[in-house]
Structure formats: structure tokens, C-alpha cells
Ligand binder design. Structure first.
Ligand SMILES: [Zn+2]
Length: 309
């Protein structure tokens, strides 16, 4: 026992300490899945994409807005309704929320902004995975619905960047209800003939994939993002089979018809701006024939086309 307490335990403790130091916000360096050390400024200047392996690192809502809107500043964060914090009196939930708010400096996982993309006014929502895994509860549901209403009132397209583990277990049925509420909001939005574009970022799973994130007029994902309902481990244990390499990665989902596009982060702005231009033109002008619209849709859905063939 002695050698365990004397050598092994201190070794494990020092390794854990090193790991937490790499997550330290004041540290200048961070690590990547390719095991390289990256200077944080260099990473952010590269849109939080690893310059060595191209891995797309997670972004906070503010970082997402900064790299998406014109000149990195042309946006305003909207104040969304905040329902009561702990409706079911779930133990320790309030402390968890307090910590998440302190860590992320935002009131909930979802932030909504109104701003300009290539001079075009747009409403944009984003989820912060660092806020309790981006889990959806009443506050996120309210924020999403508020954004939809804002987009309808101001006749703007709505773009949503999803990143979530699913619904909040601490809010039980109230969290599950947000799936229905957000789907109804998207349906209402579509009646106004305005474009709704979803960008699934790493990871998007559970009730978010099963509700508003899968309902975009165009549903795209960032390169290498995990897009799933249940996790790979749960599926593997259930079906008792080896899963394909790349299972639930955005490229795999695209090949199987679950997405319209997989886009590198550096091309997101230009891709979405172009799509909006075409979609809005389609709405405003009778001049585009149905044939043009069809070929545009075909261009966008290579995976679906493949599946039909
Ligand atoms: Zn890397």
C-alpha cells in the first residue's frame, strides 16, 4: 500500500493539477486534440480553429457574435425574458446556475443578438456550451421564442448556432416542454416567409437536435461537429456493435442525409450571406421560376440527392 500512497497518488494528483492549469482562463496557452500547444491569441485570431489540425474549438456566444457580424461590432445583444430560476426546487440547482453565470458572464446558455451581416439586418441566436452544457430549460426556451418574435416584428432572417447536450434534467417536464414550444415558434416563423438557418456546432445533441435545430430552411453544421440524439456510447452499448469511424460527426450525417451542408467556420459568414441573398430574393421576386428554385435546392442538398439515387 505504501508505494501507492507515496508515489502513485501524488503522481495522479500532479497530473490532475496540470490538467486544470491548462483550463485556466489566465493561461496564455491552450491544448488541442492534436496534442499541440496553441497560443490562445493565435487560436482566436484563427476563429478558434486549430492552425495545426483544423479542429473547430468551441466559442462562447459573444465570440460567435464577434466573428459573425460585420466588423466584429455591428450587433446588439437583446435582453430576453428570464423565468424563475428553480421552478421544481431541484437540489443544488441554484448554486449551479450561479457558478455558470459567474463563469460565462451571461444569464443563460442562449444569447440573442440583432445585427448586420454583409449590411443585411439579421437576428442571431447562439448557445454557450460552457453554460451547463448548453442545456435547454425555460430561460433558453423563452430566449428562442423572443428571438423568433423579434425576427418576425422586424422582418429579419433568423440564424441559430446550436451547441447543447439537450434538455435540463433539473427542470424536468418544463425543459421538455421547450421542445414543443420552440417547434411551434419555428412553425409560426415560417408562416411569415422569412429564412430560418441553423448552424449545428460541436456538440449538438438530445432534445435540441430533436426540436428546433433540425427545422432550418437550411440546416448546416460546422466541420467535425458531433450531431446526435443519443450519445455514441449509449448506442454502442444498446446495439452491441462496433460503430463506424466518424459516427455522428457532421460529415457522416451529411453523407446520410441529415444535413444540407458542412461548412468550415471561415466560410460561414459568406455562405450564410449568400444563402440569405438567394432566399430573400426568392421571396420578394416573382421573376425566379420554380425551375431555378429547384436547381438551387438540389445544389444545396447533395446528400439527400445521393440518398434518393
Ligand atoms: Zn489541433
Amino acid at each position: 500500500m505504501n508505494w501507492i500512497t507515496k508515489f502513485i497518488k501524488p503522481k495522479i494528483k500532479s497530473l490532475l493539477k496540470k490538467r486544470s492549469a491548462s483550463n485556466d482562463k489566465t493561461a496564455l496557452w491552450t491544448t488541442c486534440e492534436c496534442k499541440n500547444l496553441i497560443y490562445k491569441d493565435e487560436l482566436f485570431n484563427n476563429l478558434n480553429v486549430c492552425p495545426n489540425c483544423g479542429s473547430h474549438h468551441k466559442l462562447t456566444c459573444e465570440e460567435r457574435f464577434k466573428i459573425f457580424f460585420d466588423n466584429r461590432i455591428e450587433y446588439t445583444i437583446l435582453e430576453t425574458p428570464m423565468p424563475p430560476d428553480n421552478p421544481l426546487q431541484f437540489p443544488n440547482y441554484e448554486e449551479k446556475l450561479k457558478k455558470a453565470r459567474k463563469k460565462t458572464k451571461q444569464p443563460d446558455a442562449v444569447l440573442i443578438a440583432d445585427g448586420k451581416l454583409n449590411g443585411m439586418r439579421v437576428t442571431v441566436g447562439a448557445q454557450n456550451f460552457n453554460f451547463i452544457g448548453g442545456a435547454v430549460g425555460a430561460a433558453s426556451g423563452e430566449a428562442f421564442i423572443y428571438a423568433v418574435q423579434h425576427a418576425i416584428n422586424n422582418k429579419t432572417p433568423f440564424i441559430f448556432f446550436s451547441a447543447s447536450g439537450g434538455q435540463k434534467m433539473q427542470e424536468g417536464a418544463i425543459a421538455l416542454m421547450q421542445m414543443t414550444r420552440t417547434v411551434l415558434a419555428v412553425n409560426e416563423f415560417k408562416k411569415h416567409n422569412l429564412p430560418y438557418i441553423v448552424v449545428m456546432t460541436n456538440p449538438t445533441s438530445g432534445g435540441v437536435t430533436a426540436s428546433f435545430a433540425s427545422l432550418g430552411d437550411v440546416t448546416m453544421a460546422e466541420k467535425g461537429a458531433i450531431v446526435a440524439f443519443a450519445g455514441a456510447r449509449v448506442i454502442k452499448d444498446t446495439v452491441k456493435e462496433e460503430l463506424p469511424i466518424n459516427f455522428q460527426r457532421s460529415e457522416w450525417i451529411l453523407d446520410h442525409g441529415g444535413l444540407d451542408l458542412v461548412v468550415e467556420r471561415k466560410y460561414l459568414r459568406s455562405t450564410i450571406a449568400k444563402l440569405l441573398q438567394i432566399l430573400l430574393k426568392k421571396k420578394e421576386s416573382e421573376a425566379i421560376s420554380s425551375l431555378d428554385v429547384k436547381s438551387f435546392e438540389e445544389d444545396l442538398q447533395p446528400a439527400r440527392k445521393k440518398q434518393i439515387i
